[in-house]
Design a protein around this ligand. Structure first.
Ligand SMILES: [Zn+2]
Length: 317
């Protein structure tokens, strides 16, 4: 009735999430160095001093797999497409400790690996939407403590991603300007929701946050996807990710959070949505009102969130 898509990934249920969830010690952690054989085969690594500092491999319980042939079928009003796609895990550092407790170089190297994997996956023309995300903490759905991010590549552009791209293109057709850049300029003029600037990246609390204390990291002139990030943008993004997590920790205590890089679907013209990263602490559980109305409801105005986050000593990334 809504046109919204759902992924049914039976593998994930059948195999059952392992008992070694969340509080795994380094000795039992499949993401710690020395345990490479406990994961699927390594696709790519970033190395420093002869050892890996970031490592990518296929998700053991993928929601989608590249090997599957793409099949589409209709069944009355229903449409089905086979689970073709990519789902990779990126271990973001060798240490079994939160990234924002580690030197900034760890996050920078992890993002370098992400950019390389996204660029490589672009070669598979079946993948129409490539997105990077990180779940940090049990409350954000992370199944292991060891810092890791994920990349999904989808054979279809889900409704919400298509809507984001459509609105950006429509704005560009009407005004000749980038919607994301117009939003950024309006925020800079107003200033109340701006947190800081780090090179070409501005950190801000969005005007209509879906989550309390949500923060966006917005490049001044982004390309369509994180794969297009320039070196200075990637450096500013690394600093931003660390700084936001440290600011939240100082203001709210250590929180579970999600970070997602949103961008345009593959193969779209550059007048569409530019990439940016949205971070949100997972403080509230969506419930009936949200389900009934599609609205999200919370108690923290973005101006107040920005004031609180600015009031903690600005953490050095
Ligand atoms: Zn570990």
């Amino acid at each position: 009735l809504t046109g919204e898509e759902v992924v049914i990934a039976t593998e994930r249920v059948v195999e059952r999430r392992p008992a070694l969830i969340a509080d795994t010690a380094p000795a039992d952690c499949p993401f710690c160095p020395g345990h490479e054989a406990d994961t699927t085969a390594t696709i790519d690594t970033v190395n420093r001093g002869g050892t890996w500092v970031a490592r990518a491999f296929p998700n053991r319980r993928p929601v989608l797999v590249v090997e599957e042939p793409l099949r589409a079928s209709a069944d009355g009003p229903f449409e089905r497409v086979s689970g073709v796609g990519a789902h990779e895990v990126l271990v973001e550092c060798p240490e079994h400790a939160p990234l924002h407790h580690l030197p900034l170089s760890r996050t920078a190297d992890a993002l370098e690996l992400a950019r390389r994997r996204l660029t490589d996956l672009r070669g598979d023309r079946r993948l129409r939407l490539l997105q990077w995300f990180r779940n940090h903490g049990v409350g954000a759905g992370a199944s292991l403590h060891h810092p890791h991010a994920q990349i999904v590549g989808l054979p279809v552009v889900p409704r919400r991603a298509a809507e984001l791209a459509h609105r950006a293109r429509e704005h560009h057709a009407r005004t000749g300007r980038s919607l994301l850049r117009d939003v950024l300029q309006a925020e800079e003029r107003d200033g109340r929701r701006i947190l800081w600037r780090e090179g070409p990246i501005t950190a801000l609390c969005p005007f209509a946050p879906r989550h309390p204390f949500e923060v966006w990291l917005v490049p001044a002139d982004p390309g369509p996807g994180l794969a297009d990030a320039r070196d200075d943008e990637l450096a500013g993004l690394a600093a931003g990710l660390v700084r936001v997590a440290r600011a939240w920790a100082a203001a709210l205590g250590e929180v579970a959070y999600t970070a997602v890089a949103l961008g345009a679907p593959e193969g779209q013209d550059p007048s569409g949505l530019g990439w940016h990263v949205r971070l949100a602490p997972r403080l509230v559980v969506a419930a009936g009102l949200e389900e009934a109305t599609g609205l999200t409801v919370h108690a923290v105005p973005p101006e107040e969130a920005a004031r609180v986050l600015r009031s903690v000593p600005l953490p050095v990334p």
